[in-house]
Design a protein around this ligand. Structure first.
Ligand code: FEO
Length: 135
């Protein structure tokens, strides 16, 4: 998948979550660029670490809203978040062992981008609709 920028088609209808998604997409874009531009390993690691920390922060915030609102699909949504976190951890381990590789770049440009965009469009949007229906 080509990298994307956040636009209204990715809105889940909740301003705080949209704002965090903008940041998440921006961080993932930073990582893609760092890899494409063959930046130094230390900078790639810092970018990967920042993405990982921001992802955990965002998922935690979103899940807290699910628990507070009694969202019925919380468990399934949490499991999907964990899948993404596990992939990021695996990438960090691979980076520690092998440095910057073609496989790392492909993981970012295929799995992470596809996962994130599909997740926002399909899974987060369902949660956004649920929250809005409770207003
Ligand atoms: Fe915005 Fe479910 O992650």
């Amino acid at each position: 998948m080509d990298r994307i920028e956040w636009d209204q088609s990715l809105s889940v209808g909740i301003e705080l979550i949209d704002e965090q998604h903008r940041m998440l997409i921006s961080r993932l874009d930073d990582l893609s660029k760092a890899l494409e531009q063959h930046q130094e390993g230390a900078l790639v690691l810092k970018t990967l670490d920042f993405l990982s920390k921001y992802t955990i922060f965002h998922f935690s915030e979103e899940e807290n809203k699910m628990k507070e609102s009694g969202y019925p699909h919380y468990e399934e949504h949490h499991r999907l978040h964990q899948e993404f976190i596990d992939k990021l951890k695996e990438m960090e381990r691979d980076f520690d062992e092998d440095g910057i590789t073609r496989a790392l770049g492909e993981s970012v440009n295929t799995f992470l981008w596809n996962w994130l965009v599909n997740h926002i469009r399909e899974v987060d949007t369902r949660f956004g609709s649920y929250l809005n229906s409770k207003k």
